[in-house]
Design a protein. Structure first.
Length: 174
């Protein structure tokens, strides 16, 4: 098989593998990225990096490998965002807008906001483990391989994340 034909086959194979994972991958990235304006860039960078390494990296589980690539890509973007915002944190750019929402939908939005805030306030390792389990549906062993940590640590992080979320949400509901 010539080089061009094998490249086309590799492209088709990559697209076939990525297609069913797009929604869970996007949800995962959306929940771990700090700057929501970088969401599309993070997804694009993840897919670009994965495509570049696709032929080079021998992996038995493409799904795990793709989420691992997303985790590293987003963590790097978050570090850059943190360094940037630390310098400009004291400069208020906008005043927050008030919501004009009916009472019932507002309650639903408030609860959703509380859950999102609680997840965002988790330590980074607990947040990643929780989101990979909740959004990606990964097993403990898969999460361990994605994050390159022992399976026992995954169980500990998940347990602590759930306890923190429960405590935080119970406090807010009272």
């Amino acid at each position: 098989m010539n080089s061009k034909a094998s490249d086309e086959h590799g492209q088709k194979r990559f697209v076939q593998l990525v297609e069913p994972l797009q929604k869970p991958l996007l949800s995962y990235i959306a929940n771990i990225i700090w700057n929501k304006n970088d969401l599309e860039d993070a997804l694009q960078n993840t897919l670009l990096m994965a495509y570049k390494k696709f032929g080079e990296t021998a992996t038995s589980n493409f799904r795990e490998w793709l989420f691992q690539t997303a985790t590293y890509t987003v963590y790097n973007m978050n570090r850059k965002y943190e360094a940037y915002t630390t310098r400009f944190r004291a400069i208020p750019l906008f005043a927050p807008k008030e919501r004009d929402v009916a009472a019932a939908p507002q309650i639903t939005n408030e609860i959703a906001d509380d859950i999102k805030d609680a997840i965002k306030n988790l330590p980074e390792n607990e947040q990643s483990v929780f989101l990979l389990r909740a959004l990606g549906g990964f097993s403990y062993a898969e999460i361990a391989r994605i994050l390159a940590i022992p399976a026992g640590s995954v169980m500990g992080y998940l347990s602590r994340a759930r306890a923190r979320l429960r405590k935080c949400l119970m406090t807010k509901s009272q």
